[in-house]
Design a protein around this ligand. Structure first.
Ligand SMILES: O=C(O)CCC(=O)C(=O)O
Ligand SMILES: [Fe+2]
Length: 355
């Protein structure tokens, strides 16, 4: 019998808001354990804001190449900024997407002698007001509302797994504004045979909240049987998926589901998306913080089983601080940034490359 999900569960935020929290939590528990992916319908984001974000995306990428290159990620030890088409790798293979990485507001506090991963959090590189008036404010406003939602959602995840609302609080610095969460603004152009918009991967932290910002299909999630299941854009939804960090501390109860994006076919228009990645505090070792669950919850996990194909991505959570694991992930994806800002680690992960 197949164990894997065949479609992505849809959870309606209104059910929670209108007082049917137990029903919402039950659906959430099943989605976390059996799919690791869900649509959140009617997310509590201010009316019109998502549309305003979407309207900016073609304009952002249409900025002159010279303007975009002034914001190159290679300028940034925080891995924040612009990556041109073909400059990012997933598991060593080139992705066909163009993107900007923006963080939530944060000033870097790294100083000599601190762990290197503390350099990961710092200021974003924004287009100027002359180049794209209002964009910074609009995206910042959206990210702040998604951050608030992610905080509420984390409490619901904890409750759904029988931990009580504060069961995941130890993984965050408080207040949340003392941490930096991240987002990408991504454009997937139509391409011919080379369809890896972003190759099969897991996300790293706890929760990802993804806005599919155009009507294109292309996002797919892999079920435990190894089948690729389409995650098409649905009106008034965000897609929520689980990162490897949450999977690790929940003893694989919450599933980090492999996903990928296929580029639109030639002749189509560009696909856009805006993923928001919820980050956990940097100096925690997840191996020291694994959570206990009731036998009922563990039985559901065992009923689901493990994916037929797994990746060794993020196995470092077993031994390293979470900040270091994030840094390694960034180094593997963006070797040019690593070479400039983290030369020692670059040599570890890209031995044999010339300097
Ligand atoms: O663009 C998307 O729909 C998903 C992107 C993604 O999975 C990622 O950037 O981690
Ligand atoms: Fe992802």
């Amino acid at each position: 019998m197949s164990r894997g999900f065949k479609h992505i569960p849809i959870l309606d935020w209104k059910i929670y808001q209108e007082g049917q929290k137990p029903a919402f939590l039950e659906q959430l528990r099943d989605a976390l354990i059996f799919a690791g992916f869900l649509y959140l319908q009617h997310p509590p984001i201010e009316a019109g804001l998502i549309e305003r974000v979407k309207e900016y995306l073609p304009k952002l990428f249409a900025l002159p190449a010279e303007t975009k290159h002034k914001l190159d990620m290679v300028n940034s030890p925080h891995f924040l900024g612009y990556s041109s088409l073909g400059s990012e790798l997933t598991k060593g293979k080139v992705d066909q997407r163009e993107q900007f990485d923006f963080g939530t507001p944060y000033d870097c506090i790294w100083k000599e002698g601190d762990p290197e991963y503390r350099k990961l959090w710092g200021q974003s590189q924004w287009p100027s007001e002359e180049d794209l008036p209002g964009f910074k404010d609009t995206l910042t406003r959206y990210l702040s509302q998604v951050q608030d939602l992610s905080e509420i959602f984390t409490h619901l995840v904890a409750e759904a797994l029988g931990l009580g609302p504060n069961g995941l609080d130890i993984f965050f610095d408080h207040p949340m504004s003392s941490m930096q969460h991240r987002s990408k603004v991504v454009k997937y152009p139509p391409v011919g045979d080379e369809q890896q918009g972003v190759g099969p991967h897991f996300d790293s932290g706890f929760l990802t909240l993804l806005l599919q910002a155009s009507s294109h299909r292309g996002l797919q999630a892999q079920n435990v049987d190894g089948d690729w299941i389409d995650v098409p854009p649905l009106d008034d939804t965000l897609v929520v998926n689980i990162g490897k960090g949450l999977e690790f501390v929940t003893q694989r109860v919450a599933l980090a589901t492999t996903h990928r994006v296929l580029n639109p076919p030639l002749g189509s228009t560009d696909r856009y998306s805006v993923p928001y990645f919820q980050i956990i505090k940097q100096d925690i070792k997840l191996a020291d913080s694994v959570i206990d669950f009731s036998p009922e919850i563990l039985a559901l996990r065992d009923k689901r089983g493990d994916p037929v194909s797994d990746s060794v991505n993020y196995s470092e959570y077993g031994t390293e601080e979470s900040g270091h694991v994030s840094l390694i992930g960034r180094i593997r994806s963006h070797p040019d940034v690593a070479r400039r800002h983290y030369p020692t680690l670059y040599k570890v992960y890209f031995p044999g490359e010339s300097q």
